[in-house]
Design a protein around this ligand. Structure first.
Ligand code: ATP
Length: 327
């Protein structure tokens, strides 16, 4: 299906006959494949006698371009047309000796996951979904601040693109949210899912999954149960996805090398300066009930420090979800 889509443009119609000839397929097969695209979140116009046109431009990922751009940084990239979850796939291969800095990126992730199995929605062509395998010399216990470090890298990458701050509120612009989100104007721009392997004394390996919204269609926004943001709205233009992926991986490379050298402690102040809820009153929602308090910051392990009537509480990321308080 992606082979057919890669031959379409948003500027002009391409006839079924031309597509059939270019791809060595029958016109009926072309038609069937393009019909199957609609439920994946990408609109293709079809007009009898004229052919097919994309409703909006999509910059498809190109494995050769990406490999050429990223091998200098030591990344080993693989692009797959579809994957249920890039994290699950990379995690399975990591056990069989996949090298450090392997990246799996997919055009169509149909079973993306957030924390505790919550879904990550990424309609075809609307964002970037990829996972990166990073092998650390550190023991597992020292990776607890990793999701914060990755959030920092992505937030810095989005800021470097020039994302605007919308409504003038202190928490607006690109910010991190403890423990694993990146926000733009208080709406979710990117999600992170980290899964680790290793033992108490090290070394360890982390599969770092990232979902980033580039240009989300309205139907997808409506299907997500919280405010969402995308780069296209924040930048006033849609970034080219190959360039964007290289930009993100360059930022991740820098921050993860810093993490390997000095742990989360070395970037804690930078993270707090970007935290959307630094100094704010929040509700921490957990299975054993809610905890209310004011965010003091994070510690060297990435745990959230919350000032509560009963004293300062230290929240570990596995247990709790941070929610803002209504004004
Ligand atoms: P927490 O604060 O506990 O991390 P969360 O709601 O951010 O809570 P995650 O597990 O990090 O949860 O991410 C999954 C959630 O992200 C989904 O339940 C959904 O609300 C939201 N979501 C799914 N797809 C997208 C998307 N493309 N863009 C923004 N948000 C999304």
């Amino acid at each position: 299906m992606l082979d057919v889509l890669r031959h379409l443009s948003a500027d002009e119609f391409v006839s079924g006959e031309v597509l059939a000839e270019r791809l060595g397929l029958s016109r009926a097969t072309i038609n069937n494949r393009l019909r199957a695209v609609q439920p994946l979140g990408l609109t293709v116009y079809s007009i009898p006698g004229r052919g097919y046109r994309l409703a909006r431009p999509v910059s498809w990922l190109d494995e050769r371009v990406l490999t050429a751009a990223l091998s200098g940084l030591g990344f080993h990239l693989r692009l797959e047309d579809s994957a249920e979850s890039t994290n699950s796939q990379l995690l399975a291969h990591a056990m069989h000796g996949l090298p450090h800095k392997s990246v799996l990126v997919t055009e169509w992730q149909h079973g993306g996951r957030g924390r505790r199995g919550r879904p990550w929605l990424a309609p075809l062509g609307s964002g970037l979904t990829f996972s990166l395998l990073w092998r650390f010399n550190r023991p597992l216990a020292e990776l607890s601040g990793l999701s914060l470090a990755v959030g920092l890298a992505l937030a810095q990458a989005a800021r470097a693109l020039g994302m605007a701050a919308g409504r003038g509120n202190w928490a607006d612009g690109v910010r991190v949210k403890w423990p694993n989100d990146v926000l733009h104007d208080q709406a979710k721009l990117a999600g992170i899912l980290i899964e680790v392997q290793g033992d108490a004394l090290g070394p360890s390996a982390a599969v770092i999954g990232v979902g980033l919204n580039v240009r989300l269609p309205d139907e997808a926004r409506a299907a997500i149960d919280q405010p969402v943001a995308d780069l296209a709205a924040g930048l006033g233009q849609t970034p080219e996805r190959n360039v964007l992926l290289c930009h993100l991986l360059a930022h991740l490379d820098r921050v993860l090398r810093q993490f390997e050298a000095a742990g989360f402690a070395g970037m804690r102040a930078e993270w707090e300066a970007l935290h959307a809820y630094q100094g704010s009153d929040v509700r921490m929602a957990g299975v054993q009930g809610d905890v209310l308090g004011r965010v003091l910051g994070v510690d060297a392990e990435g745990a959230l420090l919350l000032e509560t009537p009963a004293g300062v509480r230290r929240m570990m990321s596995g247990e709790m979800s941070l929610r803002g308080m209504p004004f």
